[in-house]
Design a protein around this ligand. Structure first.
Ligand code: AHM
Ligand code: MG
Length: 318
């Protein structure tokens, strides 16, 4: 039997590509891994202890905060701010970027601590999304400056999926030894797939091209299957492995700018899908080229297999 490769071994090995690396990136990813394991252990007991339900507060988007949003945010923030690697941390749950004064860390980390948290109470898959940049003069940088991005998925099993610009790799937590082991090396998204994932409940607000595109997925040359869970990262994980397209379009009735957050959801997953051979577009073009104007900026998004996304673009461009 071949000895399984742990996430730590894998990252250390990857770091050898950079002769000047001092191990800081490995430590940072290890801290995200550690926080993910703690969050996972709380989630596993969610129905048994008093951590389900809402806190009674609202976040910066006027969305109700669920208790596990708060807990995940606190665990990640405590872990990362106590690390020597982080200059600043921003979270979907916090109004402002938290600059870590006491350390001179070299990385900026953007977090959606618990994506899909409305699914917590019904025991469906949720995830933590992360995005890492080098420290620079500006805290808000375009997504193509990301050093790494990825997610921890709390599903049937717990997975850690990331890219640092050289392939996308997936690790599954072996609960018996508490270690993430390489289970999905070098993930490549199929060039085309038969799944579309979007909230059709918003279709009343879709414009002409979007309405025609939606119709084409039902009546076009190939009928697609609809799959939508309400957790972007889980829906995207399915698209990554099976192929297809995930969309959250802008529409004047519900979300004129789109719903999803550029820095916390759109850019990390766009960067990752691009490194798996897929594509991401928004109405402004490539979301990774947008210079963010504000921390909680929203964007529309279409992301997934190259051919599916190009078909969507052909409708948008008439
Ligand atoms: P959040 O739980 O981080 O606030 O996530 C936002 C979620 C995405 O994960 C998901 O794709 C989308 O918002 C669901 O929106 P809707 O309820 O409009 O379908
Ligand atoms: Mg989210």
């Amino acid at each position: 039997m071949n000895k399984p490769i742990s996430l730590t071994e894998f990252i250390l090995d990857e770091e050898k590509r950079f002769p000047k690396a001092k191990g800081n990136f490995t430590l940072l990813l290890s801290q995200l891994e550690y926080a993910g394991k703690i969050i996972a252990s709380h989630l596993r007991k969610a129905g048994l202890v008093d951590i389900l339900g809402k806190t009674g507060e609202k976040n910066v988007y006027e969305e109700e905060v669920v208790k596990l949003d708060q807990l995940s945010n606190d665990i990640l923030l405590q872990t990362l701010t106590s690390s020597q690697q982080v200059h600043a941390v921003a979270s979907e749950e916090l109004e402002d970027i938290h600059v870590v004064e006491k350390h001179n860390g070299e990385y900026l980390v953007f977090l959606d601590p618990l994506d899909g948290s409305s699914n917590v109470d019904v025991n469906l898959t949720i995830g933590t999304i992360f995005s890492i940049y080098h420290r620079s003069d500006s805290l808000l940088q375009p997504g193509n400056k990301q050093v790494a991005s990825g997610y921890i998925l709390y599903g049937t099993s717990v997975m850690f999926v990331y890219t640092s610009g050289k392939g996308v790799h997936g690790f599954t937590l072996d609960p018996s030894i508490g270690t993430f082991l390489l289970s999905h090396p070098d993930i490549r998204i199929p060039d085309e797939g038969d799944i579309y994932s979007l909230s059709e409940a918003n279709s009343i607000g879709f414009d002409g091209p979007m309405t025609s595109y939606l119709q084409s997925m039902k009546q076009g040359r190939k009928q697609l299957k609809a799959r939508y869970s309400g957790t972007m990262v889980a829906d995207m994980h399915r698209v990554l492995l099976k192929g297809g397209i995930f969309l959250y379009p802008s529409d004047p009735v519900h979300y004129p700018e789109g719903k999803l957050r550029l820095l916390f959801e759109v850019n990390p997953l766009s960067f990752l899908i691009q490194h798996a051979g897929g594509k991401a577009v928004c109405r402004r073009g490539n979301p990774l080229e947008i210079t963010p104007e504000s921390l909680h900026q929203r964007s529309d998004i279409a992301i997934g297999s190259r051919k599916n996304v190009e078909e969507y673009e052909s409708f948008l461009n008439g």
